[in-house]
Design a protein around this ligand. Sequence first.
Ligand code: 13P
Length: 249
Amino acid sequence: MRRKLAAGNWKMNGTTEALQELSALQATHSDPNVDILICPPATLIAAAAQTCQGGPVMIGGQDSHEKSDGAHTGDISAAMLRDAGAKAVILGHSERRAGHHETSEDVRAKARTAQAAGLMTVICLGESLGQREATNTLDIIGAQLSLSVPDSSTGENLVVAYEPIWAIGSGMTPTADQIGEVHDFIRTRLESRFGPGVGRSVRLLYGGSVKPDNAAEIFSISNVDGALVGGASLTNADFSPIIEALEKA
Ligand code: 13P
């Protein structure tokens, strides 16, 4: 059985006062039957890990470099994330693919290094609206999946997040059939590449405008093991009902 995972991506939001939201989240979910991951900005990781120490909330980074150290101004290594208390890292988010020209090959190299450093990697895939309208979405997702996921992946160190670019921050979500089609496809591909044991143990998250009012429906879709949530993960008031919907799913 795969453990469910509610993951929050704070993106470039939050200063020290946002740690109050983490304390509230810890207090609300003292014994969850789902895993909870919050990925705050890098400046808050150490303090967030401290705040969440001994509790149910795991802390993660939003990116890490493919090299383990060296002359890479402004970048963060996987070992640095670990050292700060992170247990996971988001890699290949569409905002980094677009804004930092990251290719799937870059994402794979980063993921290999992060997994070797002991981090759980949350690898993001997703098509643009133009791609969905012009081509076969499954071809896009299939190519991103095979190129972005390293051979070193296991059920413990890999989570795949399907985040259609057009659904991120837009209030638009795909239909349940559209989400199910992509998630079933990712599951089948993982099973054929890694074998049924590993392929069935990798958790698949949906991301893109997940809110308290649509979470239950999304979590009822086959092969959706949780969500990667942006805006609605910033406050305990919004994120807690999403976690509760996942606990009930
Ligand atoms: P929103 O939930 O704000 O649409 O963001 C989704 C996302 O990009 C999470 O990584």
